[in-house]
Design a protein around this ligand. Sequence first.
Ligand code: ATP
Length: 600
Amino acid sequence: MLFSDIAMTLEILEKTPSKTQQATTLAQLFRKTPKEVIDKVVYFIQGVLWPDWKGLPELGVGEKGIQKAIALAVGVSESEVEKLYKTLGDYGRVAERLKASKPSKAMGLLSFLKPGAVETRRKLTIEDVYNTLVKIAMAQGEGSRDTKIKLLAGLLMDAEPREAKYIVRFVEGRLRLGVGDATIMDGLALAFRTTRDVVERAYNIYPDLGYVAKLLAEEGEAALRKLKPQPGIPIRPMLAERANDPREILEKTGTPALAEFKYDGERAQIHKKGDQIWIYSRRLENITYQYPDVVEMARKYIKANEAIVEGEIVAIDPETGDFRPFQELMHRKRKKDIYEAMKEYPVVVRLFDCLYVDGEDLTVKPLPVRREWLQKIIEEHDEFKLAEGIVTNNPKELEEFFLRAIESGCEGLVVKALHKDSVYQAGVRGWLWVKYKRDYRGEMIEPVDLVVVGAFYGKGRRAGSYGALLMAAYDPDTDTFKTVCKVGSGFTDEDLVELPKKLEPYKLPYKHPKVDSEMEADVWFEPAIVAEIIGAELTLSPIHTCCKGWVKPGVGISIRFPRFVRWRPDKGPRDATTTKEIYEMYLRQQKKPVGSSESI
Ligand code: ATP
């Protein structure tokens, strides 16, 4: 197929604002496209060489490279190209303009770039264009910059002005057609007499529009309908709508519903085929190499030969086992040595869905069936297990579970429908899943000074010391110490070694009568030592006794992701931050003009 036909269609598309009209134009093009190249045509219109998830190289030609290639192809200086760009603001149009005005100048260069070439231009086909672009992308290593430029210049030399415009824009990564995947799918549906839903469903479980187009063109709609998830091919993730009222949430999902912790990590779609494991991100990037530890877990704990499961990878504090915020995963990603990063930022996986097992497509099954499969094929361990969840039809119970989720360092809940139509809607944001999320308000501005009233034994590297301390605020009205949080982060190794010695003089065989705690510590202390604590923010808590009942009946105030800053030897226990001050801080935080207010 001649590339000029495609370029002409692209020009029409560019001038057509209506999406319906664009789909009709695309359908005309697809109808006359030979089946064997329709994938390449679709990729070109998408502005890609292949789907991102394949992890293949990108074109890698920058602005300077484009300038040089245009200059070479039309036989002008780079500064002339640059000058024209300043007026037109689009290298595509620069190439088009120069090709139209200087058709013959480049002929002298032809023999340099293509020895033996005659002065007649070949007519470019879509294969010529696509295959050369692939060669440009594949040119890697030493000298590849020049190779890429020469290949592009060669292509531009053969191109007609209009063709040059779109080739350059493609390389620049900006086709400027205003045609999205949805319109291409509409065009395919029109061209091959099927519905957009059928095309979209296929694309959602096989996110490669070139492949889907070719399958449809060659084998018809029936082949798309038969398309099933396959290990190694990512599935577009099902997404959640958002609501903040437990009653409304349950109305949306229907009851009973499954409420699960919404872990604050990275979504992972884990594929297994025998020994081979792939991990795909929410955006379908292949992130397998970033998580050798998760790959190992998947190999060991997924008991099916082939499976696709979904879960959240969450960073944990290696000492306490507590969840760490999402940012910790980002630190991990920034580290060059992945094995180093793994040690420093260990992760766990919490699984929440199962899309495929040994040949069976589970995306079409309701959630209870998928959960059953998940239970069946996962050998649960601390580091790799199912998301924590409850089945409920009660808004109050949902609210309590939400508080527990926050308390555990999660973002809130994802509440999921369990009825017969609760299928896995790949690529769709719908009301079958509703997220019930707390709002982020950034770092707590003011640190607080809290009193150590108890401690929990450490594990692992902290064996022999304490893993976390139970911290309390002072309530002058009752002269008691009310718990605010359990803090295990922020201590240096020296702090940790010192902890038991430092606290030994205050150890008690019972809870001090002035300490008001619902949490059972391993060791109790007389309120004496004060520490400065900072955290992500103040949050409501069903466990801690600080300000209990002040905001809501039965609910106290706690600190999310608390961190030890330093000891405050200059403060006595009754100089610690008071419960009233914490309440005021909470109210101030609520007034901050970010997002909606806390919904509970
Ligand atoms: P957000 O930024 O709120 O995470 P999102 O657009 O990435 O939103 P949504 O589908 O709207 O995705 O929200 C659900 C997200 O929460 C999932 O993408 C997933 O990463 C995460 N998550 C954590 N725990 C769960 C769970 N138990 N079930 C489903 N998703 C969960």
